[in-house]
Design a protein around this ligand. Structure first.
Ligand SMILES: NC(=O)C[C@H](N)C(=O)O
Length: 315
């Protein structure tokens, strides 16, 4: 019987709804795994790592989750790992793990939109599907996956796209068999600070400058359209890059690639001329994790090239 290591972190899948109508992550792994028919065919070993709503995740928490997964994979009897995680930041933690995942065995993240004690909870169905994926030989070598609402997503380019739908996640692109760059050597990202700056009509530099003056090591612009801002932000980017604080451009638009095609003083091409990096496919949440992972390396000579390469989803 294959063994699956289950790592729990909290989230709605591990939450109960109190009489005040508020959901809190109070269910532990053994309770989560107490029911479910497929358990008979799989040996499950549970480790509770965190008990948090994923909106409260820090980089230190994400490092802990990654290290817990790596510890499970050091056991050769483990066929795969399932990670139970809140949906709000699943795309970030899963992407951090994927960047460093150097093992053919599947690591499958899942969670739920409805609490564990909801009469029509999606928790058990999602857990069952994730356990099946973790033991499926066809999933080997695909990196980290999100299994949710009956769909399987490769992690780069995936994001939570619906606050309530049971299939909450959408991918910028959906190939299961895509080119995976070689894994990055593991370096914790706690201690690295990368901030996201929202761009909207009339954005001034106040947020950008506040992030810099309070110690950000890198910045991500959640920019407009295919990666555009305005002349004031372009100037702020120029100063930041010159001072050694890299700035990556992503977009608030959910789908399509991000490219520096517009000029006019504040467009993507002006941002590139000011020294910005372009996140070809990743949206701000995952671009932030990529930049943090690259900044965690004290040798930053290849940072621009690596950011460019790893922000693309290649088929
Ligand atoms: N559906 C969920 O899991 C949402 C919850 N706020 C979380 O991310 O932990």
């Amino acid at each position: 019987m294959p063994t699956v290591a289950v790592v729990t972190t909290g989230g709605t899948i591990a939450s109960r709804r109190g009489e005040d109508g508020v959901s809190r992550p109070v269910v532990t792994g053994p309770d989560l795994l107490a029911t479910g028919a497929e358990r008979a065919a799989t040996e499950v070993r549970v480790t509770d790592v965190l008990s948090k709503d994923s909106s409260c995740m820090t980089f230190a928490d994400m490092d802990r989750v990654r290290e817990a997964i790596a510890a499970e994979l050091r056991d050769p009897t483990v066929a795969g790992v399932v990670v139970l995680h809140g949906t709000d930041t699943m795309e970030e933690t899963a992407f951090l793990v994927d960047l460093h995942h150097a093992d053919p065995r599947p690591v499958v993240f899942t969670g739920a939109q409805r609490t564990f004690d909801h009469p029509e909870s999606d928790a058990q169905a999602n857990l069952s599907a994730a356990l099946s994926a973790a033991t499926d030989p066809a999933m080997r070598g695909l990196g980290v996956l999100i299994s949710f609402g009956g769909k399987l997503h490769p992690v780069p380019g995936v994001r939570k796209a619906d606050t309530t739908a049971l299939d909450a996640f959408r991918s910028v692109r959906t190939p299961m068999h895509r080119h995976r760059p070689e894994p990055l050597p593991w370096r914790p990202i706690s201690g690295v600070r990368v901030d996201v700056v929202a761009i909207y009509p009339g954005t001034d530099r106040v947020q950008f400058d506040a992030c810099r003056s309070t110690g950000a090591h890198g910045l991500v612009l959640d920019a407009l359209g295919s990666g555009n801002a305005n002349p004031g932000i372009v100037e702020a980017v120029r100063e930041s890059v010159a001072a050694g604080v890299p700035v990556a451009v992503s977009t608030r638009v959910p789908f399509g690639s991000i490219s520096p095609t517009y000029g006019g003083g504040g467009g993507g091409s002006d941002l590139i001329a000011a020294g910005a990096l372009f996140s070809t496919d990743l949206r701000a949440g995952q671009a932030r994790i990529l930049l943090a992972a690259l900044l965690a390396d004290p040798d930053q000579t290849g940072l621009e090239k690596e950011f460019d390469r790893r922000s693309r989803i290649e088929l």
